[in-house]
Design a protein around this ligand. Sequence first.
Ligand code: GLN
Length: 488
Amino acid sequence: MIHASLKQLAQALAEKRISAVELSQLYLDRIAQLNPGLNAYITTDPQRTLAQARAADARLAAGTAGPLTGIPLAHKDIFCTAGWLTTCASKMLANFVSPYDAHVVEKLNAAGMVTLGKCNMDEFAMGSSNETSHFGPVKNPWDTRCVPGGSSGGSAAAVAARLAPIATGTDTGGSIRQPAALCNLTGIKPTYGVVSRYGMIAFASSLDQAGPMGRSAEDCALLLNGMAGFDARDSTSLERPAEDYTRSLAQPLAGLRIGLPQEFFAEGMDDGVRVAIEAALAEYRKLGATTVEINLPNTQLSVPAYYVLAPAEASSNLSRFDGVRYGHRAAEYSDLNDMYAKTRAEGFGAEVKRRILIGTYVLSHGYYDAYYLQAQKIRRLIARDFEEAFKHCDLIAGPTTPGVAFPFGAKSQDPVQMYLSDIYTISTNLAGLPGMSLPCGFSETADKALPVGLQLIGNYFDEARMLNAAHQYQQVTDWHSRIPGDMQ
Ligand code: GLN
C-alpha cells in the first residue's frame, strides 16, 4: 500500500479494501519508525490525523467522497494549520499554534484529505539544503550523509521514504523543484497566482508559490486540482475558471517542440547530471517530440537579481515577527526597542538574519536605485527572454540542478555556492512561469547512485501540458518509481 499511487489509493478506499483510518495508521507507524532517522517531520499529532481519517471514512461510507477523500498527505510547515504547530522551522515560531488554516490546507481538508503532519524545511524557506532549520537538518533517504535539498526538504524526504504518499511544498526560487530533484520526486511550481498564498507564511511575496511534491506527474496533477483556485484573500490570486490538470495526461507527444536553453547546457553542470539529461531528451525524441536550441541570455543575472529582490521582500515580510503579537519574545529587556532587538536576535537564525540585513540595505535610501530598481529591470528582461523563447517552442527542458545531493556542510559555509544550487530554477520564479522537476536517472558517484531531476518549464498556465509531457515520459521510464534501498 505504501507504494500505491493516489489513484490506486482512492480505488482501494472506494472498494473498502482499506479504510482511511487503516491507511493513515500505516503511515503513522512508518513515521514513528523511520522519522527519527530522517527528521522529515517537525510535528505529528496522531489524534488529529485519526480524527480526520474517521471523518473521511464517514464520507466514503455515505458516498460523498471525492478523488482525494481519505488520502493522507504531509504539509510543509510553512502552511498555517488550525490547531497544529506552524513553526516555519524557526525558533521565532517554535510555539505558534495557528488559529486558522491556509487556503491550500482549507481546500485539501474540505476534499477529505488527511494530514499526517508538518514537514521540516529551511528556516522561513531560506535555503537549498535544509540545514538552516531550527529543528535540525533533514536527511536524504537516498544517502543519509547528504542533504535532501531545500527549502521543502522535509516534504521531499517524507515522500521519498514513503512517510507520506504526497506532500505540499513552496517554491520561491526552486524550493519544490530542487529537493524533488535531489530526492527522486516529481514536483511542480505552478504559474504565479494559480495557488493562493493566504496562510502561507510569506518569504518573498512576488515569488512564493505553492505546489505538490509527489511520486509521479499524475499524482501531482491530482493534488494540484485540489490546491489551485481563486481566493479573494490573496490579492495576487488569479480569477480563472477551474482546470482539471489531469485532462491532457494521456495525450501523445508527437509534434511537441522542446526548447533547450544553451545557457543551461553551458559549463557548470556535473557530468553525471548531463548524461542523465541527454538520455531523457533522447527519450523525448523517441516519444515524438522535437528539440530546438533556444537562448535565455540573462540566465546569469537571475541569481544576483533574486538575491536583491527576495531579501528585500523578506526584510519587509519578516518585520511582523517583533515579539508583540505571536511567536518568541525575549525573556528580559529594558524597553520596547530592546525587546524587539533581543527577540529578533534570539528568534532568527543566521541565514534569515543575513537576508534581512541584505534586504534592508538594498531598500535603503541611496541604495534603492542602485540595487533594488536595477534588479527589477533585470527581472523584466528575464521575463522577456522567456517570452521570446516560447515563440520557438512549447516547453523548455534542462537540468533542475547543476549537481546531485551534496554532503552536509559542503556548502553551508559558502552562501554563494549554496545560492548557485538554484541557478536553473530561479529565473522561472522571477518570470512567474510554471516549472517542474521529474526523475530522469541517477548519477553514479564512488559508492552511491544519486537521483537527477529533469526540469520542464512551461508558458503561463501551461501546467496541464507540462504534466502531460512528464506523464508520457513516466509511462516509458521507471526512474520515478525507484525507491531508496533501505526504504522498501
Ligand atoms: N534556495 C533559494 C533561497 O534560499 C530558494 C528558496 C525557496 O524557493 N523557498 O532563497
